[in-house]
Every structure is written in structure tokens, then in C-alpha cells.
Design a protein around this ligand. Structure first.
Ligand code: PHE
Ligand code: NA
Length: 440
């Protein structure tokens, strides 16, 4: 077996992990879910779950990855827990499902980049979304997006992932700040901010609890948790890193970018009089395209926005493919390039229904976020909190001398609150998905 690569620079790991986290989850999924869930109460539930559930589960992935230095599946036997290998298998399965439709949405983004330049969506945002989102256009651009992702992954960790993330992440942040600032000058800005940021305090607790399952799915999706991305990335990591500090940084950056995306999207939606509650998966695209289409320099702003979204989606998509490729290379002792091409082809085929119909896209999205990632997170919390607790503590403390109290708190948060909340969310997810299937 080849010697395992490590990150070329310290900042390389952070950038790649942030690159995985920041993506369509922040800029497409977070705004549309927040919009359709009634706004600020969803934001509150989401922020709570990111901090209380997301961060502890991310640390479990980090300790498993760094101690084992293995792919998602072999990580478990390597740290003395061979029976837990199936967590890695669920992770790989989640990767197939997520990337299969993630690349469809990535393909929409490419169509919107082109549409910005040609003026294709100006004045007919609904119709443009209709022809872009399902059918042969969606399928063709899905394939294009997938091919670009596979090309990057085939270059390997140091030359591919790290180099790409270094350029992409700073540009994403810079462009979003510009767009949010631009949005602030629009006439709908204050209405948008009110919907997005001021919860109805009299019903907040009940609303937030009702939104917990959706918010949990979003928290896992946006932080790339529950399927072993962070196991895989931490497997390339040296012993001296303070992983609590690293994970805090990743969570703060990802969350800030989601909040920033909302600050950009909601003013545009309200300036256009778009009803935020009705759009579903198309909200972000229809709302923004109709906004861009009618603004002064709209073509330029639109192109900049979608180019940025494309970059963010790429860094996330290749993290998903990397999980599966890394496992395949180690297990079957094959070369990176053929492994990457073969896996990308299978994922593309799995995603064909999601390119042909939004109903399938919604179904895959629910299976991934409400069942597979949450189930993976639940198992990781049980494993890390109960079965591997002493190993986990020791590994976390390596780069964090004197952190005994914090590690103890972490283990207990995993053991009880995280396990209980995720078990409940998984239960609601199974009911939700069964309902979607029954209604198809
Ligand atoms: N976190 C990514 C996003 O927000 C999506 C993702 C999910 C990436 C799961 C990897 C694993 O877009
Ligand atoms: Na994200």
C-alpha cells in the first residue's frame, strides 16, 4: 500500500475541511429551508444544533481519523473496533446518495452561470428554473459537474484538494460579503432581515422544537458530518494539531457563511416580492435569478454569484468523492485515477432520477439528510461516547494539553443529549421518508 499523503501545510487541512463544509448547503439549502420553515425560528434551532450536536460529532470524526490514519471503513478495525466498520459503510453509502444529487444542483449552478452571461433568466426566472432543473439539461450539466469533480479528485490530496481549496474559499467569502452589502441597499432589505432574523418570541420555543428534525439534517449536511468526510480528512493530519480549535474554526466559518448567504438572499427575495414560503428547492434559484434579472448590473452580479456558488459546490463535492475514493484505493489496491473515474460514473448513474425529476431530488435529499447522516451521527456519538471514550479522550488531548475538563464534558454531551436528540431526529426522518415514498 502506498505511503499515506499528509497535508502539505497546516492551513491546507483547515482550508480543505472548510471547503468541504462550505457549499450548496450554506448557499442553496440553508436559505431555502429557512425560507420555507418560516424564517428566524429555524435559524435559532439550527444554531443550537450546530453548537450542541454538530461540534461534538465533528470531534468524534476527527479523533477516529487522526488516530487510525485510515479511510472511513478501515479506521474502525485500526483503533480496535472492527465491529463498528459498518459506520464507515453507511458513510460511503451516504456519499453515493448525496453526491448523486449534489452534482445535479451543481449542474443547475453551471446553467445559471451561463444564463447570467446570456441573459437567459432575465424576466423569466420561473421558466428558466423549470427547464434547467429537471430533464435533459439537468442531466447534461450534472454530467459536466461530475466530470470536473472527478478530474480534481484524481490529482490526489496535495495537488488536487488542497490547492483548489486554497483559492476557492477566500474568493467565496469575499464575493458573499460583496453581495450581502449590495443586498443591504435594496428596498426589500429590512423586510427580508425581519423575516430572517427576528423570531416571534411568544412562540419561539415551540416553533424551534418543531423545526428540530429539519434543522438537525441541515446541521449535519452543512458541516459535512455523519458520513466520514472529517474522518478521511483528519486521517491526513499530524499529531500536534489542537483539534478542538480546528473544529471550532470550521464550525464558525461554515455557520458565518450560511448566515451571510441568508443576509444576501433574503433582501433579494423580498425586493422582488417573492413569497419565501412557497418555492421549495427552487427558492434560492428562482428568487435570486428574478432579483438579478431586474437589477441594474444584474448580469454581472448574477454571474459573480453563481461562479462563487460553483466554486463552493466543487470543494464540497470533491470531499464526498474523496471519502469513497480513499476507501476504494486502500481496499482494492487500485490506482487513484481509474478508481475515481469508475466511482464517479456509478454515482452519476445513481443520480439520473434526481436529474429527471425534482420529486426524486427531494426524496434523495430526505434519505441522505434525515436518515443516513443522522443515523451515521447517532452511531458515531454512541461509539465515541460509550465504546471508545477513553481512546477518544486520549487522542483529543494530544494537541490540547490540560484539556481534561473539556474532554470530560465532551464525552458526556455525546453520551446523553446528542444520542437522545439524534435518536428522535432519526425516528422522525424515517416517518418523513416513508411519507414521501407513499405519496409518490
Ligand atoms: N457540507 C456541504 C455543503 O454544505 C455538503 C456535504 C455534505 C459535503 C456531506 C460533504 C458531506 O454544501
Ligand atoms: Na456547509
Amino acid at each position: 500500500m502506498a505511503i499515506r499523503e499528509t497535508w502539505a501545510t497546516r492551513i491546507g487541512f483547515i482550508l480543505a475541511a472548510v471547503g468541504s463544509a462550505v457549499g450548496l448547503g450554506n448557499i442553496w439549502r440553508f436559505p431555502f429551508l429557512t425560507a420555507e420553515s418560516g424564517g428566524a425560528a429555524f435559524l435559532v434551532a439550527y444554531l443550537f444544533l450546530v453548537a450542541v450536536i454538530g461540534l461534538p460529532v465533528m470531534l468524534v470524526e476527527f479523533v477516529i481519523g487522526r488516530e487510525s490514519k485510515q479511510n472511513v471503513v478501515d479506521a474502525f478495525p485500526e483503533i480496535g473496533a472492527p465491529t463498528w466498520k459498518f459506520i464507515g459503510a453507511i458513510g460511503a453509502l451516504a456519499g453515493f446518495v448525496i453526491l448523486s444529487y449534489y452534482s445535479v444542483v451543481g449542474g443547475w449552478v453551471i446553467q445559471y452561470m451561463v444564463g447570467s452571461l446570456t441573459g437567459g433568466y432575465a424576466g423569466n426566472a420561473e421558466a428558466f428554473f423549470g427547464s434547467a432543473a429537471e430533464g435533459t439539461n439537468a442531466l447534461a450539466y450534472d454530467l459536466l459537474f461530475m466530470a470536473i469533480v472527478a478530474a480534481i479528485v484524481s490529482f490526489g490530496v496535495r495537488d488536487g484538494l488542497e490547492r483548489a481549496a486554497k483559492v476557492m474559499i477566500p474568493s467565496v467569502v469575499g464575493l458573499l460579503v460583496l453581495l450581502a452589502a449590495y443586498g443591504a441597499t435594496l428596498s426589500g432589505a429590512s423586510e427580508g432581515y425581519a423575516y430572517y432574523l427576528s423570531p416571534d418570541l411568544s412562540t419561539l420555543v415551540g416553533d424551534a422544537i418543531a423545526l428540530l428534525p429539519d434543522a438537525a439534517g441541515q446541521a449535519f449536511f452543512t458541516l459535512s458530518l455523519g458520513m466520514g468526510v472529517m474522518i478521511t480528512y483528519a486521517s491526513y493530519l499530524g499529531e500536534d494539531r489542537n483539534m478542538l480549535r480546528d473544529s471550532l474554526l470550521i464550525v464558525v466559518v461554515d455557520t458565518s457563511i450560511a448566515i451571510l448567504a441568508g443576509l444576501a438572499v433574503f433582501p433579494f427575495l423580498f425586493a422582488q416580492g417573492v413569497d419565501p414560503g412557497t418555492g421549495g428547492v427552487g427558492t434560492t434559484f428562482v428568487g435570486l435569478a428574478s432579483a438579478f434579472g431586474s437589477l441594474p448590473a444584474g448580469q454581472v452580479v448574477g454571474f459573480v454569484f453563481f461562479a462563487m456558488l460553483f466554486l463552493a459546490a466543487l470543494t464540497s463535492a470533491f470531499s464526498i468523492l474523496e471519502v469513497i475514493v480513499s476507501f476504494t484505493i486502500d481496499t482494492f489496491d487500485v490506482d487513484r485515477k481509474p478508481a475515481t473515474v469508475a466511482i464517479a460514473a456509478v454515482i452519476f448513474l445513481v443520480g439520473v432520477p434526481t436529474a429527471m425529476s425534482l420529486d426524486y431530488l427531494t426524496l434523495y435529499d430526505a434519505i441522505a439528510n434525515r436518515i443516513l447522516l443522522i443515523g451515521g451521527g447517532l452511531l458515531l456519538a454512541i461509539f465515541g461516547g460509550w465504546f471508545y471514550a477513553s481512546g477518544a479522550r486520549e487522542e483529543l488531548q494530544k494537541g490540547m494539553p490540560g484539556g481534561e475538563t473539556l474532554t470530560t464534558a465532551w464525552i458526556w454531551i455525546l453520551r446523553i443529549p446528542v444520542v437522545l436528540v439524534l435518536a428522535y431526529v432519526l425516528y422522525t426522518g424515517i416517518i418523513e421518508v416513508a411519507g414521501i415514498v407513499a405519496g409518490m
